[in-house]
Design a protein around this ligand. Sequence first.
Ligand code: BGC
Length: 768
Amino acid sequence: MNIKFKLITYIIVTIMFMACTNNHNNNNTITYSKVELINEKVDSLIKIMTLKEKIGQMNQYNGFWDVTGPVPNGGDAEEKYDHLKNGLVGSMLSVRGTKAVRAVQKIAVEESRLGIPLIIGFDVIHGYKTLSPIPLAEAASWDLEAIKKSAQVAAAEASAAGINWTFAPMVDISRDPRWGRVMEGAGEDPYLGSKIAVARVEGFQGDDLSDVNTIAACAKHFAAYGFSEAGKEYNTVDIGHSTLHNAVLPPFKAAVDANVKTLMNAFNEYDGVPATGNKYLLRDILKDKWNFKGFVISDWASIKELVVWGYAKDNKDAAKMAALAGSDMDMESHIYIYELEQLVKDGVIEETIIDDAVRRILTVKFELGLFDDPYRYCDEAREKEVVNNPKHLDAVLDMAKKSIVLLKNENHLLPLQKKGQNIALIGALANEKNSPLGSWRIASKDSTGVSVLEGMQHYKGNNLIYKKGADVSVGDTKFVNEIKINTTDRSEFKDAINAAKNADVVVMVLGEHGFQSGEARSRTDIDLPGVQQELLEEVYKVNKNIVLVLNNGRPLTINWADKHIPAIVEAWQLGTQAGHAIAQVLYGDYNPSGKLPMTFPKNVGQIPIYYNHKNTGRPVRDESNPNLVFWSHYSDVDNTPLYSFGHGLSYTSFEYKNLTLNKKVLNIDEDVKISVDVTNTGKITGKEVVQLYIRDLVASTTRPIKELKGFELIELQSDETKTIHFVLNKTELGFYNNQGDFIIEPGEFEIFIGGSSNTNLNTRFELK
Ligand code: BGC
């Protein structure tokens, strides 16, 4: 009998057995939940698997040969190919396209003894081929519905291309813009980060994982990767328990509560133990306390790196540490497959540990429907229809417009007039079709983004002249390569300056190339790279009417620009439709409403700078003795950031009034009801993110001076007022103690409401 039929027969027999023994309702029909059925199938399957086959499920390989060419002959690739044929590979990553996925799946399903299908992983970070803005930019929209929709579009395209698991969302909180990966997260705040984590998980996974348009999500990197010392990639992390539980873990917890199917280890250590081998994080917190039922994948070769960290003495030791800690699948360390079997045979690792990991992995495969049809994601006709579908362009354009943050707009320089102006557009990034795609876009074709120049050319009423001014980088810009910045070539400054002289308005697009942020792109200097600052200053000498459009994957230190340039637009890397989104905002066809998800520092020395910091014992100058030096400050720069978390302007203006509470004294079980009137005091319709912050004034561990605990995105017409209501209860008023237990303490709380974290509109209440 064909092996596959053997497996299926076994599972059917199990189900028939369940039918004879399990729940019967009144009509004597059997009622099983989907979960029970899957559990039974998984158990039956595990029973017929050899130890080696089980360990095979815990093994993941990167795509290792061109599936359209001959089968690998010799070396590493041949060995991996043999593993695939023999059921010793549970998953592959970075194999994409229905043809390629079908080819590898066919080997797993039709040649291995049990025919267990592969789960196919891919970094679908902000889209598959059609790209949304980078995740940090999306976070600036504070629009959870739009963010969810963006993940849905990404899932639709990826699943149509054979993929059924994304390594996203990255939910790492970070307070350090030197760290290149801040572009991939939702910024510095655990509350906003948690809401966005849920939106993204729901967008990728939908309500039903077996729907062919959805894919399994992966909350990464567990945990504390965003706190790498000095923002240096892959560095040590040394934070205390209060920060771990209150800042780092909440978005992971939110993702787990939203039923995220997988988590990924982080490259860093936490408290002297690398995250991949960290039992405290993986077993004690994630699997035991939070009752996470999905599986944990290592990061790329992070099991092997336990040896390099000096935490494991060799590969065998590393396999032991990672498996015991709770890492279920090995991404590209090639260690589980060679070491775990002997460790079990020697009694170092109990087989129940292996069974537990395999149970988690198989469950997700069943939930994805891969056992019903391993080729269900491999429909070529669907791939043609869905990938790059023109409708997706509208979706990513919408997301891109919502992600733009207006940082400054003096004298209403923006929006630009649509007719009769001479506009000089300057900057290499203005003519870039590749950089807007960011650095995480493996499946997308290079240079398929709409440039700012193209976007602006759509508005034909003005006289538009473009000059590059200076290159941002020199030579190749490639995903895996270090970017070389142009620090010397100013030869085209002159043309740009001449163009600026004759312009009514100068639009300068400056900032980072898309490949300057992302993994392994840490920077110690986050000014405008290369000669761009000089270019800006030279142009300013001849024309002060400058609109600066920033392209970047992280907060930048743009002090000079903030002081001199009248209008500044934060336009990040906005994906496939970047240029159209920027042009529509510049010309006022879209009124910007984005708010910063991360603080912009005045200089690198202020980092880490974040709005929800602690008070310290000496927070302010002693006004009775202003020359005294002994208070928490720097001598060369003040304590305020350049732009606060939550900051963002509109072409209209808003006023906040009448902040009221239902009661001033409440019992600990009561809800606090808060309302505030928001009025659009300008002339056009606009959107505003109404933000609510709290401060717990006295607690058993010190609390931040402000914490975001609610927000609402509203739209108001000119002169319109809306009363906005918030309700706070234990969930928002409590916090984690140093043991990781969520507690709520009586005492006084302060509430702040406004359009940024900088707001002073406040009131107080007491919790008895
Ligand atoms: C990154 C992960 C990513 C993995 C697979 C690693 O280098 O840290 O975030 O998912 O590669 O591409």
